[in-house]
Ligand binder design. Structure first.
Ligand code: NAP
Length: 867
């Protein structure tokens, strides 16, 4: 019964949606003793499984995993009949859950929420439902699903068709009988691929209109997988817990097999096993690098295409069904039962819209560029306005009258995919910026619901009323989200993950791809750090610990995890000889770096003997001389040699198009300060004098170096200036050691745990220079006269103890009127930007370095390219 508008009903929380997430949210809030109202426009529980009733609709994560785990008794009472249960069975399950926990009494069905507005003085949400009724609540929770708003059929003439039109996402409850009909299906995503074989069984003619061929593997449906059942039997809790901390929400051990390193036999074996298993998380895990490395991805993609060609009889149709133009996994892959086989039936035809686009839908059919088709019915399997559609479509207005639609005009912005600044006490379950659609939804839903319930309990326990993310925390999470996506192949695809399926939708990677376990850890860490990045208020109280929960580049974090797990002895506890051996051993299996045109070794004569050098000449045109870069390796004046920085030198050479001459100066403790610095200067003098022989352009000479190598490069610039030559046109200083002061804040922040530690830096200095010499500008160039030095590019990494001295050098050069480009290696450590082909997020930083080198040589020819 609607109450009069003057006495609005009040609840602690209003939840929109009675699918998996809304039902569990209601259960948890009730447990907390909160008053809750759930609204759903559907006639019953089920959410996605209420609406998507098209023939063949099933889940595509094994149902033993796609299931609630919060209630052990429920798990005992319910047995799934198949590996991939059908829509009716999943709907039945959700009804069973609702009945078992008597959830329906707090749910109003057939009731749409039309608007929600934050009332700041009352610290409440005002919710308006279909009939203009208003209810008030403290917390507003959207359990509206990621794929609930159908995309409108953006096809010319769609409204003209006179016959029946069906959307897979809003299928008639009574079903549809296509017997004897000529049917068109538009769309070949998961919904199309599941429904087409079944529609083909009834229709007299079926024509499938395909815009993008999709990767699909056979589901091999049948009984629930014996292995999963065994594991569940042996320890249900352990199995569910493993799922919670896994990458995708199903306990699958991520492989470490790299496609390039595997033999053809191993590749086939792994692929075939995944194909036979028929699980998405299996086929996405054939090779460790298939999601990030185009060559590895091509191997899996081509094996799937081989399967399609082997299944479809007509070669032309087979070729049209072979996905091309996007990497496998970057659009959601599908599971099917007899999809490709369906195209061998005489009454089924594929129309490739890439060759023959739809011109218009007509009164009685579809007209393409080449043909007119008559149909009795059209089925749209054209997808959803995914992840944001239901949220921005719900007319949510936060503080200061700002609507969510306005705030997200350039793409969604969230903290943890749970909340968004300006919208206090507004929660999204599996919102954009959370693993959601990339994971087993059941696991991600439970995690979100548990987090929100914990949050509301904590607010109540502390007497607080509102919670909202800070701008800093939200911006940091958005950045982290995009950083995670940027190291994968995902952003290259026109997928719904990218919002690319809806015309005009901002192109942003929507879900969080860092993994379910890593995400859970981030959410837990936020709580442990007193709700880091949230402002919470209550009567007379404001609590806020501001900050960014994840600011390290995700691949750098993975490398750090790997290195820490090796448990290597700290370098500073070793002798110089043992430290050198350890460094060489850890470099043994790394990728070699890009191909260059030519690599030659030689020696540079110096008064005390010779210095080895290695010259890298870029591949390809132009023939003839190139600018010259003299490079000095890192290693604290103690470690390193021509091999240690070989991949980085190749990368610099290939990217910049310059000849790179890498010089091995003499090392401490055998030869101490100032030998390394003097060697560097001698090498620069020699390179300048021999520019033509080295293939260089006389007068176009720059220096570069990493860490201690950057130290000697910077010193060489000062010595050259003092000596009146040679003329150096630029200095590229990567994470340079330019001062002997180990007390800057970056030492405090990053002095432990990121490979280069304060202790190690002290060890380096002790080996290199007497304390009395450490203030000498030839040891600490920051302390020298900086006027008249060559233009500089300085790379400073966030998680580097040397960060602040690099920045200080940039500022000091600037103050001395030297042109400086300061490149911040965001989320990087001292070593990670140099890890070519290991740390993908370092590539843009190295591209900037190469661009800086290009700027040092204004007359240089166009550059070679490395992706
Ligand atoms: P979808 O993956 O977005 O597929 C839509 C299809 O329609 C695509 O082939 C798309 O082509 C095509 N299309 C869209 N607009 C078109 C147009 N104007 N003209 C021609 N073709 C057009 O949507 P979906 O199949 O409904 O699946 C969406 C997601 O829901 C899935 O990825 C999955 O996550 C989930 N789902 C899961 C299951 C399951 O098994 N559990 C079942 C169904 C859905 P383009 O690719 O060129 O855009």
């Amino acid at each position: 019964m609607n109450k009069p508008a003057s006495v609005p009903e009040q609840f602690d929380a209003v939840v929109v949606g009675a699918g998996f997430s809304g039902l569990y949210m209601l259960y948890r809030l009730r447990q907390l003793g909160l008053s809750v109202k759930v609204f759903d426009s559907a006639g019953d529980v089920g959410g996605t499984w209420y609406w998507n009733r098209y023939p063949g609709a099933r889940c595509d994560v094994p149902t033993t995993d796609y299931t609630f785990s919060f209630d052990p008794e429920l798990e005992k009472e319910w047995t799934w009949s198949e590996k991939y249960a059908t829509q009716p069975e999943i709907l039945e399950y959700l009804r069973f859950v609702a009945d078992r926990h008597e959830l329906r009494s707090d749910i109003e069905f057939s009731t749409a929420v039309t608007a929600a507005r934050w009332d700041e003085p009352a610290k409440q949400w005002v919710i308006t439902t279909g009939g203009g009724r208003e209810v008030r609540c403290r917390h507003y929770i959207m359990a509206t699903g990621c794929l609930s708003v159908a995309k409108s059929p953006d096809i010319e003439g769609a409204e003209r068709f006179a016959g029946p039109v069906y959307f897979t996402s809003r299928w008639p409850h009574e079903g549809v009988d296509f017997t004897g009909q000529r049917v068109a299906v538009i769309g070949t995503g998961s919904s199309g691929i599941q429904s087409i074989p079944l529609i083909a069984r009834q229709a007299s003619q079926l024509t499938v209109f395909q815009r993008t061929a999709n990767f699909s593997i056979p589901a091999h449906n049948g009984p629930a997988p014996a292995e999963t059942l065994r594991q569940l039997d042996e320890g249900r809790d352990a199995y569910r817990d493993a799922a919670r901390w896994s990458r995708g929400g199903v306990p699958v051990e991520p492989t470490d097999v790299l496609a390039g390193a595997a033999s053809e036999e191993v590749r086939r074996e792994r692929f075939e096993a995944a194909w036979q298993q028929g699980e998405l998380f299996g086929i996405l895990n054939v090779f460790a690098d298939q999601g990030v490395n185009p060559a590895a991805n091509d191997i899996v993609a081509e094996m799937i295409r081989e399967k399609i060609r082997a299944t479809v009889n007509d070669p032309e149709t087979a070729e049209a069904l072979c996905p091309r133009g996007h990497y496998f996994g970057t659009k959601r892959p599908c599971l099917d039962t007899g999809y490709f086989e369906t195209f061998n039936l005489p009454h089924v035809r594929l129309v490739d819209l890439r060759k023959e686009p739809i011109v218009s839908i007509t009164e009685d059919g579809i007209e393409t560029a080449g043909e007119s088709f008559g149909f009795d019915a059209i089925v749209y399997a054209t997808g959803f306005d995914a992840m944001t559609g239901a949220l921005v479509g719900a007319d949510v207005t936060g503080r200061d009258g700002l609507s969510l639609k306005e705030k997200w005009a350039a793409g969604p912005s969230t903290y943890l995919g749970l909340m968004t600044t300006g919208f206090p006490n507004f929660f999204m379950l599996t919102g954009p910026g959370s693993p959601s659609v990339l994971s087993n939804m059941a696991v991600s839903i439970e995690q979100h619901v548990d987090w929100v319930a914990g949050c509301l309990k904590d607010l109540r326990d502390k007497g607080l009323e509102t919670i909202e993310p800070t701008e800093l925390a939200e911006a940091g999470w958005n950045q982290h989200n995009q950083d995670c996506a940027a190291i994968t192949l995902h952003p290259t695809a026109n997928s719904w993950y990218m919002g690319a399926n809806v015309p005009g939708k901002p192109r942003v990677f929507l879900p969080y791809i860092g993994g379910v376990g890593a995400y859970r850890q981030a959410c837990d860490d936020v709580v442990t750090q007193d709700y880091l990045g949230f402002t919470r208020t209550g009567p007379g109280a404001v609590r806020c610990t501001d900050g960014v929960i994840r600011s390290m580049q995700p691949d750098v974090a993975m490398v750090m995890e790997f290195v820490n797990a090796l448990g290597l002895p700290p370098m500073e506890t070793l002798s110089a000889a043992d430290a050198r051996a350890l460094m060489a051993a850890t470099a043994e299996n790394r990728p070699p770096g890009p191909e260059v045109g030519e690599v030659t070794d030689g020696v540079i004569p110096i008064p005390d003997g010779t210095l080895p050098y290695r010259l890298y000449r870029p591949a390809g045109p132009p023939e003839g001389p190139r600018p010259l870069v003299v490079y000095f390796h890192g290693g604290g004046w103690v470690l390193g040699n021509l091999d240690s920085d070989d991949p980085l030198c190749r990368d610099l050479c290939a990217r910049s198009g310059a000849v790179v001459v890498s010089v091995n100066y003499r090392h401490a403790p055998e030869v101490r300060f100032p030998a390394a610095a003097l060697d560097a200067f001698a090498a620069v003098q020699w390179a300048d004098a021999n520019a033509i022989e080295l293939g260089g352009i006389p007068g176009q000479l720059a220096v570069a170096g990493w860490s201690a190598g950057a130290n000697v490069a910077a010193v060489a610039c000062q010595l050259a200036r003092d000596a009146g030559g040679p003329r150096i046109t630029g200095q590229l200083l990567i994470c340079p050691a330019v001062d002997s002061d180990l007390t800057r804040p970056s030492y405090e922040e990053n002095g432990d745990g990121y490979i280069l530690t304060t202790a190690l830096m002290r060890w380096f200095w002790d080996h290199y220079a007497d304390p009395a010499d450490r203030g000498d500008p030839r040891a600490a160039p920051l302390r020298g006269d900086l006027a008249g030095l060559p233009p500089a590019c300085i790379v400073a990494a966030d998680f580097d103890p040397l960060r602040d001295e690099g920045v200080a050098y940039a500022r000091a050069l600037e103050a001395a009127a030297v042109p400086v480009r300061l490149t911040r290696a965001r989320g990087h450590t001292h070593t990670s930007v140099t890890m070519v082909d290991v740390v993908i997020s370092g590539a843009p930083v190295r591209a900037e370095m190469a661009a800086a080198l290009g700027d040092f040589f204004p007359a240089a020819e166009p550059q070679a390219h490395v992706s």
